[in-house]
Design a protein around this ligand. Structure first.
Ligand code: PLP
Length: 464
């Protein structure tokens, strides 16, 4: 090992002295996170976008000062924490934006310190071995053969369409329900595929009869994309029926399980994903129902030979003679070149919690959603959209029009009291609560409903 760090240069995170240099900085970071959270005092900073931007500008000062400030770490981490939407606050429940587990976040620090890059074995010897095994195991849990690690559901959906195009040609046409994630039609556009066929989904899920009708009339190669956990309502398309129709019509099936994929960990809820293993490709995303810090996506594939079109040669990364000598070729595992070892935090989480531990978290957030739905149903002032399939509840003040619903939501955001999402279904605007925080308690649910009630009753318009 070489000598320690030069005292005249900023210390490095790894190498000799790396951990010693990091330790006091981590104390600074943790103190600043705590101080920022106290200053915020709720799920979201109060005051709306202008107030937040002004506080950030104030903390930032000169972006690139002539002379640096050793206190920048404390100042900016505290500003970011003060201005954060904190998914660990029970009243922050808008999006598929999970509170990351402490153990996963700690593992992610190790990934940053070691900085393996998964574009060649000589930058990531252990990380590449870990990724190969863990990705395959996760694919196996979904009933598929292998998986590529992605930055999330969007990249996984894009890859799914790319693989479909490579398997069936550039005329392959996406067929999806109206509730499918926008990244699917966007990927079709990006890849130069024909305009997608979007099947109306008035009940929120892809109707097998309507799909059958479409598949019977359309010609040319098709890719059906079903969703296990819609973004707006957390609904699961009837996967076994859809899989049977795809088999009968001889068309390819992709299932976007970015949200619902986490149900695989739960003995109680896994059956809702029956049919997943019939797909050619499946999107998984553990920064939703998997409690990972962003990014933690995967695309599982049933037929690994279909990954062949992703192969690339770049002599500096995977020269033929290196590959022939047995060095793993990583370039064909992604469209990216430099890649973080996001698999480390995932592997640490799986190993630390086990299937039971993760399943218990899944069960807990699903139970919270059912309890919240029951509170809404029992309250005469609110309407409930439907029973939750996973952990999303859509509801609205019964007497309010859409403008009042939107205004109440924004009022809560401006005041920093609660973070709720919105979704348009049934031709009406709904408030959306997405429960991903297993630490949320029953009285938090009641508090959330009361806050909405008060916001809906409040007189006058919201600033901005
Ligand atoms: C069903 C579904 N698919 C894909 C995505 C995109 O995932 P990401 O934001 O990780 O790219 C989302 C995001 O919410 C989603 O809900």
């Amino acid at each position: 090992m070489s000598a320690g760090h030069s005292p005249h240069l900023p210390p490095l995170a790894s190498g000799p002295g790396g951990t010693d240099a990091l330790r006091p900085l981590l104390t600074t970071v943790l103190d600043a996170l705590a101080a920022g959270a106290v200053r915020r005092g709720g799920p979201l900073p109060a005051g709306g976008p202008d107030a937040v931007a002004a506080r950030v500008a104030d903390a930032l000062g000169d972006v690139l000062p002539d002379t640096g400030d050793p206190d920048a770490l404390r100042t900016l981490v505290q500003a970011l924490a003060e201005g954060a939407a904190d998914p660990a606050d029970p009243l922050c429940a808008a999006h598929l934006h999970c509170p990351p587990l402490a153990v996963a976040t700690a593992a992610d620090l190790a990934a940053s310190a070691l900085n393996p890059s998964l574009d060649s074995w000589d930058q990531a010897p252990a990380a590449s071995a870990l990724e190969a095994v863990v990705a395959r195991a996760l694919a196996g849990a979904a009933g598929l053969a292998d998986a590529l690690v992605t930055t999330g559901g969007t990249e996984a959906n894009q890859l799914a369409l790319l693989l479909a195009r490579e398997a069936h040609g550039g005329s392959v046409r996406l067929v999806c329900g109206a509730g499918a994630h926008h990244s699917l039609p966007r990927a079709a556009w990006l890849l130069g595929l024909p305009d997608p066929v979007v099947i109306p989904a008035p009940d929120g899920t892809l109707d097998p009869a309507a799909l059958d009708g479409a598949l019977s009339t359309l010609s040319g190669p098709l890719l059906v994309a079903a969703t296990a956990g819609t973004t707006d309502a957390g609904l699961i398309d009837p996967l076994p029926d859809i899989a049977a129709l795809c088999a009968a019509h001889g068309v390819r099936l992709h299932i976007d399980a970015a949200y619902g994929g986490g149900l695989l960990f739960s003995d109680r809820h896994r059956d809702k994903l029956a049919g997943l293993d019939a797909a050619h490709t499946v999107t998984l995303d553990l920064h939703k129902l998997g409690w990972q810090p962003v990014a933690a996506g995967l695309l599982a594939v049933a037929h690994p030979h279909e990954l062949a079109p992703l192969q690339q040669r770049a002599d500096y990364l995977n020269a033929d003679d290196d590959t022939d000598a047995g060095f793993p070729d990583l370039l064909g595992r992604s469209l990216r070149t430099t890649r973080r070892p996001d698999i480390l935090k995932i592997a640490v989480t799986l190993g630390t919690l086990g299937r039971d531990g993760l399943g218990a978290l899944v069960d807990q957030v699903c139970a919270l959603a059912r309890e919240f739905a029951a509170l809404v149903r029992e309250h005469p002032g609110f309407a409930l959209y439907d029973r939750p399939d996973i952990s999303t509840v859509l509801f609205r003040p019964a007497e309010a029009d859409d403008t009042a619903v939107a205004t109440a939501r924004r009022r809560l955001l401006y005041e920093g009291r609660a973070v709720l999402g919105r979704a348009r279904l049934d031709g009406r605007l709904w408030l959306k609560a997405t429960f991903l925080n297993p630490h949320t308690r029953r009285d938090d649910l009641a508090r959330l409903l009361t806050l909405v009630e008060l916001a809906a009753l409040a007189e006058g318009s919201t600033p901005g």
